[in-house]
Design a protein around this ligand. Structure first.
Ligand SMILES: Nc1ncnc2c1ncn2[C@@H]1O[C@H](COP(=O)(O)OP(=O)(O)OP(=O)(O)O)[C@@H](O)[C@H]1O
Ligand SMILES: [Mg+2]
Length: 324
């Protein structure tokens, strides 16, 4: 397998009125062609900022340090137009809310054909034919009819399929899917994830699937990065992570997943406490004040990234089940 993306020691800070906000801290990941990575963590842990930092889609108040190499090219120092060339063509992104991401006053057909015409230089007729083909690929019934519709005429699931169609239209090698299913009901969620996995396999596309739900990534990723306070705190092949979880934080996330057999209305255990203030320096383990197993050592000494073997890494002084 060949490497597509190598992120090394990536950090992101925002200049804010309250001081420097550290949203991503020293993150390193690698992704091979066709591979899929789940990025999981609570709200505010830095998942979206990490994805946007890799793509170069951050506001001017952000500073990135470290390295992002995509297809053998360093992106952190690349000229803005070189990076812009990659958007939509080599790397594409699906956003959380398809209602705001689609233009409400333009027909679906215009929106799906746009990058085919502008970016790939197709003429209108060829772009339309290609759009129909893409809509078929994302299992949209009556694709020709769909091209004439407006976003408000579609259900949430259909809008998300259109977003996926637009994202994969130029056959990107890397797709970011940021919480692609949170706005959808459970059955539609499952269908959308199944579709993403199928598309990925068909075209050997790599994917970074961002979610707060460990259950979502379980069946749809090759490996998982668990984020907490901007840091990757556990990183392992998916099967390995579920069979030999090391971080108390990951365990707590897993316990907060609703299950099919959970009766509606049941209150799920949420992880008590909050993320540390991102504008303050961290001392010790960032999760210590919320962790059932924390000791004084955890509160004062920062745990290093430990290599547990089997490509399994974690940051914890007292991993579940011991060091291996
Ligand atoms: N433009 C910005 N300016 C300042 N701070 C920001 C900006 N965008 C994000 N942040 C901060 O960076 C941190 C990480 O945010 P991020 O949006 O990546 O979290 P997330 O894990 O994607 O959360 P969610 O699950 O809610 O989408 C948060 O503390 C957030 O407030
Ligand atoms: Mg987010």
């Amino acid at each position: 397998m060949s490497e597509l993306l190598t992120v090394d020691g990536l950090s992101v800070q925002f200049a804010t009125p309250r001081g420097n906000l550290r949203a991503v801290r020293d993150v390193s990941i690698t992704l091979n062609k066709g591979e899929s990575l789940g990025v999981v963590g609570e709200s505010g842990s830095g998942k979206t900022v990490l994805s946007r930092a890799i793509m170069g889609l951050l506001p001017s108040t952000a500073t990135r340090t470290g390295s992002v190499v995509f297809k053998d090219q360093e992106l952190l120092t690349a000229a803005p137009d070189v990076v812009r060339e990659l958007w939509g063509i080599d790397m594409a992104m699906i956003f959380q809310d398809p209602m705001t991401a689609l233009n409400p006053v333009r027909r679906i057909g215009t929106q799906v054909t746009e990058s085919l015409i502008v970016r790939l230089g197709m003429d209108k007729k060829a772009a339309k034919a290609k759009a129909v083909e893409i809509l078929k690929r994302v299992r949209i019934p009556d694709p020709e009819g769909m091209l004439r519709k407006f976003p408000y005429q579609l259900s949430g699931g259909m809008r998300q399929r259109i977003m996926i169609a637009i994202a994969v239209s130029c056959e990107p090698q890397l797709l970011f899917a940021d919480e692609p299913t949170t706005a959808l009901d459970v059955t539609v969620q499952a269908q959308v994830l199944e579709l993403l996995t199928e598309l990925r396999r068909e075209s050997n596309m790599a994917m970074i699937l961002v979610t707060h739900d460990l259950g979502v990534v379980a069946g749809h990723t090759d490996k998982i990065a668990v984020m907490y306070a901007g840091n990757i705190v556990e990183y392992a092949p998916t099967r390995q992570l579920f069979s030999n979880m090391k971080m108390p934080y990951t365990e707590a996330l897993l316990k907060s997943i609703p299950r099919l057999e959970t009766p509606t209305g049941t209150r799920l255990p949420v992880i008590e406490g909050r993320l540390p203030d991102p504008t303050k320096e961290l001392v010790g383990c960032a999760f210590a004040n919320r962790c059932a197993y924390a000791t004084d050592k955890c509160r004062t000494e920062t745990p290093p990234l430990t290599d547990g073997g089997n490509n399994h890494y974690y940051r914890c002084w007292f991993p579940i089940g011991g060091a291996n």
